[in-house]
Write a protein that binds this ligand. Structure first.
Ligand code: MET
Ligand SMILES: [Zn+2]
Length: 739
């Protein structure tokens, strides 16, 4: 029988009660000292090791604690600091300036999504002159502390690998291959230091090998790992978030002692079966889903059994990836239903599950989420439920348009002022009655309508003051969702999210947005948009079930939203916006799986919207990413108006849409809502000039900001929108006069 041990490859680093967030924010605002921040940070680090030690984990990943972001940590340790930060003397000030910019106007590093997760990392900026000047002192200190706490034989340093580091960086004037080779000496020296600390092995995290284009890295990766092997410290090459795909045959042959694979996403099991597994290597088997909140229901043990027939040396039972993507402890959820709780597994529960799996036992309470109804929903629905009754060419003349074109509108939310937030909190705590709450919400709606009236916008919104979050709001009103009180997961830095959990079939209980729409519409003669979050976004920003495919869950949500669209229409709503900001981010890492995802994502969007009559205008809004590679899917969504984030991308998206021949209406964002700056009319005129040049027919254009305005203040919003409307009106006149 092969030998089995347990390991972890990363743990939540935010603290049970969001200690890191609180400590960081107190430090940034000057309310506490650096010493206090460091103290909290060490406590959180210690607690997490204590958890893993108590759970009996044999090889515990250490050194993954972070003040902000682990990729930034490696940029810092490797000494790959962009020139503009070199003027900052104090190391912590420098670190945080790279993370968030500083008061002196230094711009932070760019932030980007970490693979296909909802975590965001700070993108290393490298160029022809970038040469590592490493300083691993703090990291080595962290490793020594861990060794003292949990014992040398258990503490396995987690190192972010050179290939992935270079691959995720923005390399200007230097190739990724060249950068990898420049990194190797720094990594070799680190491995040497770790060797002197007598670590049992080093985890080299290389998720970059699962990316679709990782093949091109073969040569550089082989050279790098041959060099690193010379140090002669055992290396565990850790990959996750997908299977190795085409890179499997050569990645498993790299000169390392252990290969760790994700057996939850992608299909590494088939690759292992097809190609075999090197007889002299250990296998880190990521069999417990590190990105799911559900207990394993026997899958892990099954995979281990199959692997035992193939692997010759030893199998290490571990989570599929770092547990940073799940909340810390189910036991911090006093109000969750106890039956449901017994089926959930957050980080602390997962590490005890590992032991069970390794010992061949499984948990009898784990019987999967909800009542499974795994029927293929798509096939139970008539095909006509996925198409509008008339094509866009016939719909458009029946829908609302602004004479002279360039209709002005906004994306939905207006400033979430302290008063709005306080009101929602009081309501949540039962301090204001439902009636009183609605009366107050209606006052906010009335204010928003008044402002839009005064500014002369063409299509109004009610302002979303009743929503703290565009997914949570709908989740709370739908059957099948549940919420945690303390289930925080790091999104970036000190920003954490609490994704809803889908635990059963989703359906609508009663109308969710109709009341607010009716109130808003009763206050104005201008059309008010109905405002909904799309099915794919609701799904992608929640923890899904594991007992039925994501597609089925998306279609269930879509059916619920479809009823909402029908009800809005019945209440007199003639323009309905279905936001899908998270559509793009759900794309699988490997291109060959894109079509399958896009197929059901588009179907879900259509199922939720096409119920609308031809005269009802369906708007969608996409933001947060570059959509140029999914133009066809966007076209197939068949929305009448597409509002899209564009303000930061130099109209590239617009040109791409024009080139593609996108023929429906478009509302490209004319200014960046994430900046407090008020866009001047000159700026906006220039922006609109750019639109003209993009090749999009002018009569197809709407004028709007690039996203919702909830994070802004009225003092910024009012002058910004005033300028926006002014410029649209000017353009309308100019175009009419043929200028
Ligand atoms: C992240 S997209 C946000 C769209 C939403 N309607 C809003 O304005 O807030
Ligand atoms: Zn948006």
């Amino acid at each position: 029988m092969v030998n089995k041990t347990t390991a972890t490859i990363g743990y939540p680093r935010i603290g049970l009660n969001r200690e890191m967030k609180k400590a960081l924010e107190a430090y940034w605002s000057g309310k506490s000292s650096l010493d206090e921040l460091l103290k909290v940070s060490k406590q959180v680090e210690e607690e997490s090791l204590k958890d893993q030690l108590n759970a009996g984990i044999q090889l515990i990943g250490v050194g993954d604690h972070t003040m902000y972001d682990h990729v930034l940590d490696w940029t810092f340790r490797l000494g790959l600091i962009p020139d503009r930060f070199k003027q900052v003397q104090n190391p912590k000030d420098k670190y945080f300036a790279m993370a968030r910019g500083n008061k002196e106007g230094l711009q932070a590093l760019d932030m980007s999504k970490f693979f296909d997760s909802n975590y965001h990392y700070l993108v290393p900026e490298l160029n022809a002159n970038s040469k590592p000047s490493p300083n691993f002192e703090e990291f080595l200190g962290e490793i020594s502390r861990a060794q003292q706490q949990i014992g040398k034989e258990r503490a396995v340093p987690i190192v972010f690998g050179p290939v992935t580091y270079a691959r995720l960086a923005r390399c200007e004037g230097v190739s990724v291959d060249e950068m990898i080779s420049r990194l190797v000496p720094a990594y070799a020296s680190l491995l040497n230091s770790l060797k002197s600390l007598q670590v049992p092995e080093v985890q080299m995290h290389e998720p970059g090998f699962v990316l679709g284009d990782a093949e091109i890295l073969q040569k550089a990766a082989e050279t790098a790992y041959q060099e690193l092997a010379k140090v002669q410290v055992p290396i565990n090459l850790v990959t996750y978030y997908d299977d190795l795909g085409k890179t499997y045959p050569w990645v498993v042959k790299l000169p390392v002692q252990t290969i760790s694979l994700d057996f939850v996403r992608g299909d590494n099991l088939s690759l292992v079966k097809k190609h075999g597994f090197p007889a002299d290597k250990k296998l880190g088997a990521g069999v417990l889903d590190g990105r799911s909140v559900w207990k394993d229901t026997g899958y892990a043990a099954q995979v281990i059994k199959e692997l035992e027939a193939i692997v010759k040396t030893s199998i290490i039972v571990q989570p599929s990836c770092s547990l940073m993507h799940v909340p810390l402890d189910v036991n911090s959820e006093p109000s969750l239903d106890s039956n449901l709780k017994s089926r959930l597994s957050f980080a602390r529960q997962k590490i005890s599950e590992l032991g069970l799996v390794a010992s061949g036992k499984s948990d009898s309470t784990a019987n999967g989420p909800g009542v499974a109804s795994s029927q293929d929903l798509e096939n139970t629905l008539d095909k006509s439920m996925f198409s509008r009754s008339e094509p866009f060419s016939k719909r458009r003349s029946q829908q609302f348009t602004v004479p002279g074109g360039f209709g002005t509108t906004t994306i939905g939310s207006f400033p979430q002022t302290p008063a709005v937030r306080k009101l929602r909190l009081q309501y949540k705590k039962g301090q204001v009655s439902e009636d009183e709450y609605q009366r107050q919400i209606d006052r906010h709606i009335s204010f928003a309508i008044g402002v839009q009236e005064a500014l002369g916008l063409d299509v109004f919104v009610h302002g979303e003051s009743e929503r703290s979050d565009m997914v949570e709001y709908f989740g709370q009103k739908l059957r099948g969702f549940t919420f945690t009180e303390n289930g925080w997961v790091q999104s970036y830095g000190s920003r954490y999210v609490r994704p809803p959990i889908i635990y059963a079939d989703v359906s609508r209980i009663s109308p969710m947005t109709v009341r607010e729409f009716v109130v808003a519409q009763s206050m104005t003669n201008k059309p008010v948009k109905g405002m909904l979050t799309g099915p794919v976004t609701i799904l992608n920003w929640s923890f899904p079930r594991k007992d039925i495919p994501r597609k089925q869950q998306a279609l269930q949500i879509a059916l619920a939203l479809r009823d909402e669209v029908a009800d809005l229409e019945k209440s007199g709503c003639s323009i309905i916006q279905m936001d899908e900001p998270a559509l793009r981010e759900g794309l699988p890492l490997k291109k060959e799986r894109w079509n399958e995802y896009l197929d059901w994502a588009v179907k879900a969007f259509r199922l939720s919207t096409v119920v609308a009559a031809p005269k009802t205008q369906i708007v969608t809004h996409l933001c947060y990413s570059d959509f140029q590679d999914i133009l066809e899917a966007i076209d197939q969504m068949d929305a009448d108006v597409l509002t899209i984030e564009n303000s930061r991308s130099d109209d590239a998206m617009l040109r791409a849409l024009a080139k593609y021949g996108y023929a429906r209406d478009i509302g490209p964002g004319v200014y960046d809502v994430h900046s407090p700056a008020v866009p001047s009319t000159e700026f906006l005129v220039k922006k609109l000039e750019g639109f003209k040049k993009s090749g999009i027919p002018l009569e197809r254009l709407w004028i709007n900001p690039d996203c919702g305005l909830k994070t802004r203040q009225w003092e910024e919003v009012i002058p910004s929108l005033r300028n926006m409307v002014d410029v649209a009106v000017q353009l309308r006149k100019a175009t009419k006069n043929g200028i």
